[in-house]
Design a protein around this ligand. Structure first.
Ligand code: SAM
Length: 245
């Protein structure tokens, strides 16, 4: 077992390569999941023109609904291939958005800038999710909203991940991915959360709805390592920034 900041130091330079390759091998755009429906509904309570941020945009499947709601859309991802794919997807639909290459742990935005922030399928891949959540807190406006998810320890694919990867800390696996990058070892982190782990990273936020698990069934063209089953179990994080006493 190693400490989290050492892990972050060895993972951080490799992780964008993993995700570049992940997005490069995909032929089709990801289908929006149940989270896009929830995000669209929450956009209804945000005044049009207010600033929105998605952390880890991937190929942009969650951004379409936010563009349709008339928010000022920003997105960040440390994979340049993801950024290019998301831009292409949104342009095809006639939307122009501000997407930047950068890290979830060091958001290049001013304090209290965003009314609404999302991070879908991202907290599972961070060596130090509490660093990301502290950044989210910093750039979120007072009373601003956060909608995110985190893989549950009850996710059905956990056993498969455990058998393929190396457990580098409790419920945290480092996955090698030889099928994605020949000759170069690139890594991905898979982190599974107990409710206590979720509570630990959301200090400073209030829960709009109680912490709950939900099931998502993914369809379509998934890469071979990512699923034995297409069913996933996540924690839903529906949060609001509250003043720290
Ligand atoms: C599983 S994908 C999810 C993409 C999108 N949110 C969705 O729901 O389809 C995870 C994304 O997070 C990005 N990512 C992972 N760790 C990151 C980090 N530390 N900083 C910025 N982006 C990160 C990856 O490049 C990838 O595009």
């Amino acid at each position: 077992m190693i400490d989290m900041s050492s892990l972050a130091q060895c993972i951080d330079p490799l992780a964008p390569l993993f995700w570049d390759q992940f997005w490069r091998v995909r032929s089709a755009f990801l289908v929006p999941g149940v989270e896009a429906r929830d995000i669209a509904e929450k956009c209804g309570s945000i005044r049009p023109g207010n600033a929105f941020l998605e952390i880890g945009v991937g190929d942009g499947r969650n951004l379409l609904v936010v563009c349709q709601a008339g928010l000022r859309v920003h997105g960040i991802d440390f994979s340049s291939v993801a950024i290019a794919r998301a831009k292409a997807r949104l342009q095809k639909e006639g939307f122009s958005v501000d997407l930047e290459l950068g890290s979830a742990g060091n958001l290049p935005y001013p304090d209290e800038h965003f009314a609404f922030i999302t991070a879908i399928d991202v907290l599972n891949h961070l060596p130090e999710p509490e660093v990301c959540m502290a950044e989210v807190h910093r750039v979120l406006a007072p009373e601003g909203r956060v909608y995110a998810n985190a893989l549950s320890v009850r996710d059905p694919n956990r056993a498969m991940v455990a058998s393929l990867g190396r457990e580098v800390a409790h419920n945290l696996y480092q996955l090698p991915s030889p099928e994605y990058e020949s000759g170069q070892e690139v890594s991905c982190i898979m982190r599974y959360y107990e409710i206590e782990d979720v509570k630990r990273i959301i200090g400073g936020f209030g829960c709009e709805t109680p912490l709950q698990e939900y099931v998502r069934i993914d369809g379509g063209d998934l890469p071979p390592f990512s699923s034995v089953t297409h069913e996933h179990v996540f924690w839903r994080l529906d949060l609001r920034k509250v003043a720290i006493q």
